[in-house]
Design a protein around this ligand. Sequence first.
Ligand code: FNR
Length: 386
Amino acid sequence: TQDEKPLTIAEFEAVAKRKLKQQVWDYYASGAEEQISIKRNTEAFSRLILRPRYMRDVSNIDTSTTLFGKEYAFPIGISPSAMQKLVGGEGEVDVARAAAARGTFMILSSNATCPLEDVIEAAGGPDAHFWFQLYVSQNREKCAKLIKRAEAAGYKALAVTVDTPVLGNRINERKKQLILPPPLSLSNLEDDDPDRAKKPSLNRELLQATNREEADRIQEAARSRGVLNDASLTWHETIPWLRKQTNTMKVVVKGVLTFEDALLAVQHGADAIVVSNHGGRQLDGVASTIEALVEVVDAVKGRVPVLVDGGITRGTDVFKCLALGADFCLVGRPALWGLAYDGSEGVKMVLDVLERELSRTMALSGARNLREIEKGMLGVERRDGF
Ligand code: FNR
């Protein structure tokens, strides 16, 4: 009924927690090791306070913006997350429908459970300006083929994830083994492997490894099958190599946390940067993404767009990112909570909540459009009580 409809992302999350199987919930909700960075993502938002300006005629609020020449009604897209069919329905296809219906884009994970062609088709085709997230694998031939496939399907950008030379140490996942139940598969990586049916899934293999040597051996084998990121990537080799593989797609670097790497990304020709700590799932103990955003924005100086994800669950969070210089925000888990709540409809509702919260925050802060959102509209909570 109307009364039970979630009104905030936290309420969507609570419903998802009730609905999802325990191990699926654990997989999606958790971060790495002691969960320090995943917590820091949200806490950092709470420490920033708002400094609203009044009497500025906010009767018309415009949340629209442009990214890579495409106009969006609001600056919120969807981060890539793996295996969305585990959450429900048609997984990535449902998320794609919702993003397209709301005029925004999703970044499709390399580890998707739907063929990349089906996903973009569900969004109405290349006009949707979707992006494809890439884990560059050691099997470069296979990787090049995947890039060509994404290009042919009409994806507009490759988001290469740089924060995953090896998988983060996710304790929950290791304890409660998450297995992709057949017939689900990593559609874009494994389906062309004729021997796939005979092999246990990578997840299952990895989770059962009892010692480091065994885990290393399994990861090595998976790398050569092209199912895992290559640990030997470098700025000077990998970014130019990616450039050569595509004539039409932008090359975006996802997972930057320092000004040093932001400068290297720009130097090596990245078209945009996504400041991200992988939702706290990779190196635990890193800065929250809003903290990292500040140094990245300072270093990039507007040369390329800067996007950010991690812990964004409220319109005020989006507002704070924009005030600190982000051009666009992305949400990972909130889209999954919407998917768990009610498939494609649920994801649309999540986007609607965030959009309305952002426009209300703008009105209450005195910013009529995104350009009027300024750093001076933020302050930092003081711990000494003054
Ligand atoms: C991710 N993320 C991720 N990133 C990526 O580049 N490729 C991937 O396949 C995945 N898979 C993935 C699975 C799950 C379960 C989660 C939660 C996250 C990271 C993702 O793109 C994004 O950076 C974070 O999810 C953003 O943080 P929030 O919005 O989830 O807090």
